[in-house]
Design a binder for this molecule. Structure first.
Ligand code: ZN
Ligand code: ZN
Length: 237
């Protein structure tokens, strides 16, 4: 077996009954890793070498900046900047230089390198690696635990990002027949889920009509954050 099975977080997230059980798992992991990179790890050379190289994506920088303690982010941002300067200066100097023999790289090379060096994130890498284990665990439970399978069939399903991610993962790791049967169950759940959510959002919008002011909100009061979760894979808090 390639992945360590960890059923408790998957069952816990299923019981939460949210728009995507994997977003729930992912969100908890993100918080854990953000805390890790803002904690004592900032002083560990191996961790700093990694974060100098990868940096963080905008979403995770934002989460770190929202934390009360600012110095850990200041320290890691400084050495990340130094790392980038060390690697980018040769491109800058080459572009700036009037000496044609020194112009080894073009502006396009520079843009490509900047895109490459800034498209990584230490938290995203940790989360993605762990997420594979949870996708694997989900399929294991779906195959072996009839109570779990039933809970999934009655659930709100997944966001579209994790829905597609799950199918791609299954295609890579499982037999065709497992992927086909899983995709069938997932499509059934997802079809119902999108129809229900769409009705909720429609009802939410209709509530802005003065004729509907007195009507109860029903299940539509939090329809927008749930729709954003389903559409984008982000949990709005
Ligand atoms: Zn999700
Ligand atoms: Zn990230």
């Amino acid at each position: 077996m390639k992945y360590h099975i960890d059923t408790i977080p998957v069952w816990d997230a299923m019981k939460e009954d949210k728009e995507c059980l994997f977003c729930e798992i992912e969100s908890r992991m993100e918080e854990k890793y953000v805390e890790f990179y803002l904690g004592d790890s900032v002083m560990q050379p191996d961790v700093r070498q990694k974060t100098n190289k990868t940096g963080f994506c905008g979403h995770h920088y934002q989460m770190m900046h929202n934390a009360t303690k600012k110095l850990p982010l200041g320290l890691s941002s400084y050495t990340r900047l130094e790392y980038l300067r060390e690697h980018l200066d040769k491109y800058f100097d080459s572009i700036v230089s009037e000496d044609k023999s020194l112009k080894k790289s073009s502006a396009a090379d520079m843009a490509e390198y900047i895109n490459k060096i800034t498209s990584t994130c230490a938290v995203c890498e940790n989360v993605d690696e762990n997420m594979k284990r949870y996708l694997y665990t989900f399929i294991h439970l779906w195959k072996s635990d009839s109570e779990f399978k039933q809970a999934f069939l009655n659930s709100k399903g997944m966001c579209l990002k994790h829905f597609a991610g799950m199918i791609e993962f299954s295609k890579k790791e499982m037999t065709d027949s497992v992927t086909l049967a899983l995709a069938k169950d997932m499509a059934e759940v997802q079809k119902k889920s999108l129809a229900r959510l769409s009705d909720d959002v429609k009802y939410f919008n209709d509530k802005f009509d003065h004729r509907n002011v007195e009507k109860p909100w029903g299940t539509s009061k939090d329809a927008l954050p749930r729709a954003i979760n389903k559409l984008s894979g982000r949990i709005i808090k």
